[in-house]
Design a protein around this ligand. Structure first.
Ligand code: HEC
Ligand code: HEC
Length: 403
């Protein structure tokens, strides 16, 4: 049953795992398609209408489940244990939860993440919520389309090393897990048809099931949209008008129920995967972004993909500073000033250049006038996207610390 997952026929980049020849992941066909705005039909991804309870309000659409890994509560619970387990790293010091902490929206509070051996990641840790709806995964990679693919990167990636599982330690790590009495029940519960279920394929499938099940639709904004007009303050209501208005243009890229234009669910026939250059850099006036952080260009090497990233969800945004793919903005106020200026002008240093004139910048980032009151209103609206119940939800908390 062992097969190789090939992420692409190119030499490894920083965000590609070089995967030991271990895994059966039947999504390889999905990996071959590439490109910014390509469309996949719904059927390509498969759907299983399982009995899994998503705990979603009626207003939220159901996420798609891949045919190869339908949702079950047993896989979700196993994945939750693995997510919080540092034994699942080469030197036993790092779990997913170290970079994705529940109290701060499953981010790590750092500008860029640090792997288990101390290597710096070029990117800021992303919030985990409603990831099941993301049409692509990570900040700017059109080829990462399922969690089953994406999760290989932190586990096995070498550029940089995150959890640092490799040929030299993978057996030892499985031994650590086999010695844990909880796993002796959790793995067979999750994969009942298998004789010896503690393997990497099942680890990846269980982690994917857990992350897929991490859904959040209970912010003040959601309550307001469901009809409770007192859920938003007067200031947040004004901010909502600004956000969805044609002056600030935010909603063009951060629209829809997940505040991202790169969203899919079971109601959609076609999936769009847009990426945008927002004018953060323009090194030497050439349009360039810093090495390793050039967005979709890193994958496609198409010059017009320079600096293009996925519009991230803005849910829980008040908790997940610092902002942007490189963590280079400290506050929501900085972010609003950046959009108001229509890009970022870096006056000196190795990245000097005026991002406002980046030739690949998206037409919706044009700049606008903003008063202090409007800034405060927009921030009040962004604050209303925090889901406190999600942060306190035991379904997503550390199962090892509860008896
Ligand atoms: C060293 C810190 C670190 C660890 C450990 C880590 N992550 Fe992440 N995670 C990140 C960073 C940084 C990104 C953004 C990566 C990029 O854009 O290339 C990310 C992105 C993601 C995404 C994409 C979210 C989206 O909106 O597209 C998912 C899902 C994810 N991580 C899940 C996990 C899981 C599951 C684990 C454990 C197997 C894990 N991460 C371990 C730092 C980490
Ligand atoms: C052209 C599309 C586009 C428009 C218009 C746009 N954004 Fe964004 N937004 C993005 C993209 C793409 C990113 C990620 C950029 C990066 O990291 O390089 C982003 C990032 C952000 C972030 C940081 C998210 C995080 O997790 O770090 C915030 C906050 C944000 N936008 C708010 C806004 C607001 C408020 C507006 C309106 C004033 C707006 N955006 C308009 C595309 C857009």
């Amino acid at each position: 049953m062992n097969d190789v997952l090939v992420i692409a026929g190119k030499p490894p980049r920083y965000d590609q795992a070089r995967i030991p020849g271990l895994f059966l992941i039947a999504v390889v066909a999905l990996l071959t398609a590439c490109g910014g705005e390509s469309k996949t039909t719904f059927d390509d991804l498969g759907v299983n209408r399982t009995a899994f309870n998503w705990y979603l309000p009626d207003s939220a659409p159901l996420p798609v489940e891949p045919e190869i890994n339908p949702m079950t509560e047993a896989k979700f619970q196993l994945g939750r244990h693995l997510f919080y387990d540092r034994r699942l790293s080469g030197n036993g010091t790092q779990s997913c939860a170290d970079c994705h902490q529940q109290s701060i929206g499953f981010t790590d509070g750092l500008a860029v993440s640090v792997g288990s051996t101390g290597e710096l990641h070029p990117r800021n840790a992303q919030p985990l919520l409603n990831v099941a709806y993301n049409a692509t995964l990570t900040w700017g990679n059109p080829s990462l389309r399922t969690l089953e693919q994406q999760i290989l990167v932190p586990l096995f990636g070498e550029f940089p090393v995150e959890q640092g599982i490799n040929d030299g330690n993978q057996e030892q790590i499985l031994e650590r897990l086999r010695d844990e009495s909880r796993y002796q029940e959790l793995f067979p519960d999750a994969f009942p048809e298998q004789g010896d279920p503690i393997d990497y394929n099942n680890i990846v499938f269980a982690l994917a099931s857990f992350v897929r099940g991490m859904v959040s639709f209970n912010s003040d904004f959601d309550r307001y949209e469901r009809g409770d007009s007192s859920a938003l303050s007067a200031s947040a209501k004004r901010g909502r008008q600004l956000f969805f208005g044609e002056d600030m243009e935010c909603f063009h890229c951060h629209g829809g129920y997940n505040f991202s234009d790169s969203t899919f669910d079971r109601t959609q026939t076609f999936i769009e995967r847009p990426f945008h250059n927002t004018g953060l850099f323009n090194i030497n006036g050439t349009g360039a972004f810093p090495e390793n952080n050039r967005g979709v260009f890193e994958v496609t090497e198409d010059p017009s993909d320079m600096g293009k990233f996925r519009a991230p969800t803005l849910r829980n945004i008040a908790l997940t500073a610092p902002y942007m793919h490189d963590g280079s903005m400290n506050s929501l106020e900085d972010v609003i000033e950046f959009y108001a200026a229509g890009g970022r002008n870096i006056e000196s240093g190795p990245n000097a250049g005026d991002g406002r004139f980046n030739p690949f910048k998206d037409g919706f980032v044009t700049g606008f006038e903003v008063t202090n009151q409007e800034k405060a209103d927009l921030i009040a609206f962004l604050n209303s996207l925090t889901d406190e119940t999600y942060l306190a939800n035991d379904r997503f908390s550390n199962p090892w610390s509860t008896p």
